[in-house]
Design a protein around this ligand. Sequence first.
Ligand code: 3PG
Length: 212
Amino acid sequence: MTQQGRLVEYLAIAPVVPVLMIDDAAHAIPLAEALLAGGIGIVEVTLRTEAALPAIAAMIRAVPGMVVGAGTILTPTQYEQASAAGAQFIVAPGATVPLIAAARQGKIPFLPGAATPSEVLALRDAGYLHQKFFPAEPAGGIPMLKALAAPIPDVRFCPTGGITLTNAPDYLALGNIACVGGSWLTPAALMHAQNWSRISDLAAEASRLRLG
Ligand code: 3PG
């Protein structure tokens, strides 16, 4: 299977990809287990904290049922670091020429980000028919995605940024959506309190959402 073929399979695992900000690598395994228990088998661990890379490695080692991606990848160096940590897919909030070059040389499925028609077309030209739409709500949200579908019907989006349990169903009802991403399943307060059972409940609620 091609790299991007694997990405398509991953993005079909759950309607919602939790976007994780992990402050303490010791939280990685119980967090992944809690999300999996709630029916969510895929996560994006953002490289916004020092704990992110060890957290990815720990999840990959100890929670085999979870597909673990690395997010907030801004540079080829971060792509390599995430790859070395074992990340199964790589997510970027946008795309740059060096990052696309790194992704082409690498072996890991890549979900690059776009927020305008020209960015979507540039990535489409580079072969990326699945893209992160970021930041979803500030960039125009549902009306923007509907407008993009008319001239560019073959690109599927994973919108992230401002998605909640309340607006997720309207996003998932659109024809050009693969899944949505969001941090609402893992609020900082619940993470700090290590309230894994409540996080499991939030995951269960999200896993019941359906594509339209
Ligand atoms: C991301 O990195 O994808 C977003 O910042 C997550 O956005 P949210 O916190 O609004 O869900």
